[in-house]
Design a protein around this ligand. Structure first.
Ligand code: FDA
Length: 403
């Protein structure tokens, strides 16, 4: 629906800005309670990120739901919402709508058919709860006296509660905006600098030239940054590094920090190469490393890390220290990114409205009664694997029950 009806100026209960996962969940929960709820979405349709997520099948939650799987300046903040709204609650809603799902790996749950099923389910739930959804409407200003007034390109709305559900800055071409941050600041709430997360990382000229030659190569690795590490697939691309392990670690990476990649996770490469040398193996480095990593990578690693004096010589003829040095490069490959591919390629935004200004039980701003912030707009970032949608559902549910 486009534009406001003649009753728009009447005092409603709740205005939700943003028709994404968190906004729709907030709206349907509040609507079920009999509240008069309007959702304002500036894009042409709601739920656009849901539609493109998880390769079109939406990784909508994860069975391993723990506070440790979220980044935030306050790591306890998510506990209340995720303990009250669990994966099984979302599964129960899918069940009521006959939506089939499956686990792919690591507790990650996807739709069998299409992410569009999730959007349709949320729309059906909103319709049943008499939620009014307005698309293609731009908010031009927000003010508060005894209630909130939201000025829009289609007229003004008045409501007791205002829910900021406009997400973060990732993927501007899908409608991302800094709206929630601007309104939060307007009402005196602090905002932690938003930055791209779950994002491919890029490298300086010298490393970039080397990495580009490997574009398309993928392998399981252990990617570490400081004390945090993830074991998953790594993908070399034309621009740098991506793949689940790299995306995960990108959320923890800060400028200037090195990454350490173990290209043979779970293996003691030093011992394995030493054993091979002892056995008198006649293969040279590329063929030797090719036992563990894809051949193109084995070639590139040999060219980069094997000293010239050993080129063309079988491992059996190497000094022990040279074998150990090669093993170290393979198990602790050090790379220092120069940056990320930015918000255009980031799956999510790290940072956002500071959790210290919000109630973890209701998502309401403690200093501004009636103002709520949910979903990605909040300084809560989930791991890859369904955690970000779960945060959208759980925070939306918490706010929907409280507004
Ligand atoms: P979301 O961004 O979804 O919604 C905000 C809405 O507000 C948008 O519709 C936007 O147009 C609207 N809006 C913005 N500014 C506005 C304004 N000024 N006025 C009105 N409306 C405004 N997560 C996961 O758990 N599993 C997955 O499989 C994936 N996959 C995935 C793939 C890709 C390519 C991306 C980019 C992201 C994912 N994610 C994901 C992350 C997930 O999509 C994200 O965390 C949630 O969509 C966040 O939900 P929100 O509702 O908070 O924001």
């Amino acid at each position: 629906m486009n534009g406001l009806s003649g009753t728009a100026a009447a005092l409603g209960d709740v205005v939700v800005v943003g028709g994404g996962a968190a906004g729709l969940m907030t709206a349907l929960v509040a609507g079920r309670r009999g509240l008069r709820v309007s959702v304002l979405e500036h894009g042409p349709e709601v739920g656009r990120k849901i539609l493109i997520s998880g390769g079109g099948r939406c990784n909508f939650t994860n069975t391993d739901m723990r506070a440790e799987c979220f980044l935030s300046s306050n790591r306890h903040f998510v506990k209340s919402a995720i303990s009250r709204y669990r994966p099984e609650h979302f599964l129960a809603m899918l069940g009521r709508h006959g939506i089939a799902w499956h686990e792919k790996k690591l507790g990650q749950l996807f739709c069998d058919r299409s992410a569009a099923d999730i959007v349709q389910m949320l729309l059906d739930e909103c319709r049943a709860a008499h939620v009014r959804i307005l698309t293609g409407v731009r908010v031009t200003g927000v003010s508060k006296a005894d209630h909130f007034t939201v000025q829009t390109t289609a007229g003004a709305l008045h409501a007791r509660s205002l829910v900021l559900a406009s997400g973060g800055l990732s993927i501007p071409k899908l409608g991302a905006s800094g709206f929630a941050y601007d309104v939060a600041r307007q009402f005196g709430l602090p905002v932690i600098t938003p930055e791209p997360a779950l994002v491919p990382l890029v490298f300086g000229q010298e490393e970039d030239a080397w990495l580009r030659t490997l574009a398309g190569v993928s392998l399981p690795v252990r990617a570490a940054c400081g004390k945090t590490a993830f074991e998953e697939a790594l993908l070399f691309t034309h621009r740098g590094l991506s793949g689940p392990a790299l995306l995960q670690i990108s959320s923890f990476w800060r400028e200037g920090q090195p990454l350490s990649l173990d290209l043979v996770p779970g293996q003691d490469m030093g011992a394995a190469l030493a054993r091979l040398k002892k056995s008198g193996v006649r293969t040279q480095a590329p063929a030797t490393l090719g036992r563990w990593v894809p051949q193109r990578l084995a070639q590139a690693l040999s060219a980069r890390y094997v000293p010239e004096k050993l080129h063309g010589r079988p491992l059996a003829e190497w000094a022990d220290k040279d074998v150990a040095a090669l093993a170290r490069h393979i198990s602790h490959m050090g790379l220092t990114p120069t940056g990320t591919e930015g918000f255009a390629k980031a799956e999510v935004t790290r940072g956002g409205v500071d959790t210290r200004a919000l109630s973890s039980r209701t998502m309401e701003a403690t200093s501004v009664p009636g103002l709520y912030v949910v979903g990605e707009a909040v300084d809560v970032t989930g791991w890859l694997g369904g955690y970000n949608f779960h945060w959208a559902w759980a925070s939306g549910h918490a706010a929907g029950e409280a507004v």
